[in-house]
Design a binder for this molecule. Structure first.
Ligand code: PLP
Length: 394
């Protein structure tokens, strides 16, 4: 008889955002017509920029004519987009060849699929609080998880000195949910640790475009030695508003080998087996992000979110509430005032000022007592939420 994957039974019952959705739906049922200020889930509120829209339209027209029509594309990504991404890295002084770039349908898909490269017996080291998909995808793959809790005293930044051996190391910087960013020194310590122990780092750089401080690294490949121990997973979701459009990319250096096997070549084999690539139309849209015009336009949108983050930070500063993030990241991670629990604080904000945030506990046990606000909301809603927070907690 067929045996299903028993690891599904090890997932926690209620996914964080499903519980939030349930609670907000209950509230709205009891208070019909009330407007909620949603500062919780990490979806964007601003549309795609004009350069991307124009490229998407152009690509649709290409598909209408016999001379320009495209059928199957390379499973690994089109040459034009892989070259544009390699050039983007080059602009930051990081030399990546287009063959090391793989176009994906987004970071979430990739974070799940990439586990195919590693033996399920190899444990995953996950610094927490963490993006919930790291834990859940590892559980589904039957992998043992080593939790590495971080805390307020260390600014919620993971440090390899506290790390037990883990073969696959998840690092996310700028971090979701804490908004903390690994500086060069800390990232170098992780790279050295991985090279020394033979681990591989999965570096989630989904929020790199939010870094304003020129001293902070956007890519792990800015660190010497990373080419022999790291895979970088990126996304245009938050950088360019592609949450509903779905394009990301992954970088696997040619030098990355373990057990005599080359991980980039293995990934070529994986993708050509399990995928038929990302649509031509979407890749044309994505390539427009990397043009000078696209870059200028996405940064205008990113500035809207950065202003939201600043407004939130200033409000918490006024209220004397401790937090991390918000400066080089679209998330603010705060200590719940008065020592409240995460869900209790969630309930209080929902009931008293109709503001919806994300309870820290949902990102791992060490997130209990903390709370996440996202800066992706509408600016007017963000300002109103801040005004209400000041009234409630001031
Ligand atoms: N990684 C992190 C840390 C995220 O916060 C998210 C989305 O919120 C993702 C990956 C997923 O991004 P994508 O939309 O590209 O699947």
């Amino acid at each position: 008889m067929l045996t299903p994957n028993r690891h599904y039974g090890e997932l926690k019952d209620s996914y964080l955002f499903a519980r939030i959705a349930e609670k907000t739906a209950d509230y709205l049922r009891e208070h019909p017509g009330e407007k909620l200020l949603r500062m919780g889930i990490g979806d964007v509120s601003q549309p795609l920029c004009p350069a991307v829209i124009q490229a998407l339209h152009g690509a649709v027209e290409d598909q209408a004519r016999k001379e320009t029509f495209r059928g199957y594309q390379s499973e690994l990504g089109t040459d034009f987009l892989r070259a544009a991404i390699a050039e983007y890295y080059d602009g930051r002084g990081v030399s990546i060849s287009p063959e090391e770039v793989f176009v994906s349908s987004g970071a979430s898909d990739e974070l799940g699929h990439i586990l195919d490269l590693f033996d399920p017996a190899c444990p995953a080291l996950i610094p927490e609080p963490a993006y919930p998909a790291y834990v859940d995808a590892s559980i589904l793959a039957g992998r043992r998880i080593i939790h590495l809790p971080t805390g307020r005293e260390g600014g919620f930044l993971p440090d390899p000195s506290g790390a037990k051996a883990g073969d696959l190391i998840y690092l996310c910087s700028p971090n979701n949910p804490t908004g903390s960013v690994l500086d060069r020194e800390r990232l170098r310590a992780w790279v050295d640790h991985a090279n020394r122990t033979g681990a591989v780092i999965l570096f989630d750089a989904a929020y790199e475009a939010f870094i304003s401080d020129p001293a902070l690294p956007h890519s792990i490949f800015e660190i010497q030695g990373a080419r022999t121990c790291a895979i970088e997973i990126c996304s245009l979701s938050k950088t360019a508003g592609f949450t509903g459009t779905r394009v990301g990319y992954t970088v696997i250096p040619k030098e990355l080998e373990r057990g005599g096997m080359n991980l980039r070549q293995m990934w070529v084999r994986n993708r050509t087996t399990k995928s038929n690539g990302v649509s031509y139309i979407l890749q044309r849209g994505a390539a427009a992000v990397f043009t000078p015009e696209g870059q200028k336009q996405i940064h205008e949108t990113l500035d809207i979110y950065k202003r939201n983050a600043r407004t939130l930070g200033e409000t918490l500063d006024k209220l004397g509430i401790w937090y991390t993030g918000g400066k080089n990241a679209p998330y603010i991670w705060l200590a719940c005032p008065g020592g409240m629990g995460s869900w209790a604080f969630f309930d209080r904000l929902l009931a008293e000022i109709q503001v919806v945030g994300t309870p820290g506990e949902g990102f791992g046990a060490c997130g209990e007592g903390y709370f996440r606000f996202s800066a992706f909301g509408d600016p007017a809603d963000t300002r109103e939420a801040c005004r209400r927070l000041e009234t409630l907690l001031g």
